[in-house]
Design a binder for this molecule. Structure first.
Ligand SMILES: [Zn+2]
Length: 523
């Protein structure tokens, strides 16, 4: 499928750098992709065209099929799309703990760029770590957020209270430093500790800092269910933050979690559509699974019990005076999530592969007591089957919803979200045409986060390009085997270099750190 012509290349550097098209188009390319069906990242229908790459840029979309090139890819029978951009992952540990990580699980889905630091952020020493990443190399491009949770923990630990004026100033400085270093915006995880201890005013104050740098407010909502302010209240809060602080709002992994809020997708779509109509830029991402993924304590244990430190949490759990109250709240949380059979241990644990119901039977105790034991025994990751297919479909078709994986260890979404979204939404249900799936996985993400030189197959943009075989593009990972690589990506270019070639992952580390751009994208 690939042949090398080894003709001497003549590159017009201006075309490579500035995206000038003919008459300055190169006479010869580094890579030429011919005969493919090209979806360019817009919602336009596909067309047959030949793509020329010079250096790390796309320099022609109308190349001659017989032009000279160092590498020629024959994409007959295949589709050519922009490399997908995943706006929500939890790849930090993979990236920072494994030098030169290729992010293979994402590459094999056609993803060329991932964002990290979502849900309030979990990057310690983030600026130093990112510099290390730059020097070590990385398989995919990486964009990152300033994390409210990371900032709060650094400034005031896990204390369940509002910051004083001095602490608030320190939080502002933290976000300011990150934005200057290139963060895409401010992320919050208001459902989680310690984000849950912050009120809306605190979040608005920090979002104002991100707004000064044209950042985006990216939020894991305070409540995706009926835990505290309710799903509708939490969507309203996110919109309020963006509207008051003056920046775009992006809601992470939008869903109606749990039986109390099933059917509320219409209401949240109404709230977001109304906000968009009055000029607030609100978008969301979504992963195509009925199960969310979290850890046992986050799903069941009240936040006040988790305050201050792990030791304090275990003391409260062991306190006989608190026992009835804690168990009552945990039972309500378990009911909300669908009961003990709907929680499946997926993380590293002796209980892996078992539901909480099965664990409780084996332990001979109630599900809530068994859950406390499992938390004590390592607090593993779980899959929580809590979504309704009708809500998933209603959210999926909104023009402001994009694909995201929320990829976290133990859940197959980390290995399979993009091909599964393609199978579920384009092939099996005809919810959307192929071009819309491509747009919501590439161009829409670039537009939303201001990545002005990625996301589309257009002259001058970075050559992040996937060549897919739709006959074989499919998810393989499932809840029993969550780390199976997806199939069907025949070639993947990241900044013009092959990350996958003829279906094989290369040793290339051509990913770059993706910084916020202050330019308004022209597309
Ligand atoms: Zn999240």
């Amino acid at each position: 499928m690939m042949r090398n012509t080894w003709k001497k290349s003549i590159w017009f550097i201006s075309a490579a750098l500035f995206g000038c098209s003919s008459p300055d188009a190169p006479l010869s390319y580094d890579v030429l992709i011919v005969n493919g069906t090209v979806y360019d990242g817009t919602t336009n229908e596909p067309r047959q065209s030949n793509i020329g790459i010079a250096g790390d840029r796309i320099v022609s979309l109308t190349a001659d099929a017989d032009a000279a090139a160092s590498t020629i890819i024959d994409a007959s029978g295949l589709i050519v799309v922009p490399g997908f951009i995943d706006p929500h992952t939890h790849a930090e540990a993979d990236i920072f703990d494994t030098p030169g990580n290729r992010n293979v699980n994402f590459l094999a889905q056609g993803v060329s760029t991932v964002f990290i630091g979502n849900d309030g952020g979990v990057i310690d020493d983030r600026i130093g770590q990112l510099e290390t990443l730059r020097t070590q190399g990385i398989g995919t491009n990486v964009g990152w957020f300033s994390g409210h949770g990371t900032a709060r923990e650094a400034v005031m630990g896990l204390e369940n209270r509002a910051p004083n004026e001095e602490e608030l100033e320190a939080l502002r400085d933290f976000v300011d430093d990150d934005m200057r270093a290139g963060a895409l915006g401010l992320s919050t995880g208001l459902f989680y500790r310690p984000g849950s201890y912050a009120d809306t005013e605190e979040v608005i104050e920090l979002a104002r800092v991100a707004a000064r740098y044209n950042g985006v407010y990216d939020s894991h909502l305070r409540d995706e269910s009926s835990y505290n302010i309710g799903l509708l209240g939490a969507v309203s809060e996110a919109i309020e933050v963006g509207e008051t602080a003056g920046l775009p709002v992006h809601i992470a992994h939008l869903k109606a979690l749990g039986r109390d809020v099933w059917g509320q997708s219409g209401d949240i779509i109404g709230l977001i559509s109304a906000a968009r109509e009055r000029g607030v830029d609100v978008t969301a991402d979504q992963y195509p699974w009925r199960a969310s993924g979290t850890r046992f304590n986050n799903a069941l244990i009240p936040r006040w019990v988790m305050a201050d430190s792990e030791e304090a949490m275990y003391e409260r759990l062991a306190n006989a005076d608190l026992s009835d109250g804690i168990r009552e709240e945990m039972e309500a949380n378990l009911w909300r999530r669908g009961g003990a059979e709907s929680l499946l241990v997926t993380g590293d644990s002796e209980w892996r592969g078992m539901t909480l119901g099965q664990i409780a039977t084996e332990m001979g105790m109630s599900p809530t007591d068994a859950a406390i034991e499992v938390v004590r025994g390592g607090n593993p990751s779980i899959a929580s089957f809590n979504m309704n297919p009708d809500d998933i479909s209603a959210i999926a078709i909104q023009p402001w919803v994009m694909t995201g994986s929320d990829g976290s260890t133990g859940h197959p979404r980390k290995y399979a979200s993009y091909p599964k979204a393609y199978r579920d939404f384009v092939v099996d249900s005809s919810l959307m045409p192929m071009e819309k799936f491509v747009h919501r996985s590439s161009g829409l993400v670039a537009d939303t986060f201001g990545l002005c030189d990625r996301g589309y197959l257009a002259e001058g943009r970075k050559a992040d390009i996937a060549v897919l075989d739709l006959n074989t593009y499919r998810p393989v990972a499932d809840f029993q085997n969550p780390t199976e690589l997806a199939t069907g990506v025949v070639h993947l270019f990241v900044n013009g270099a092959a990350a996958i070639s003829d279906g094989e992952v290369t040793t290339g580390l051509s990913g770059e750190l993706v910084h916020r751009q202050n330019l308004q994208c022209s597309q």
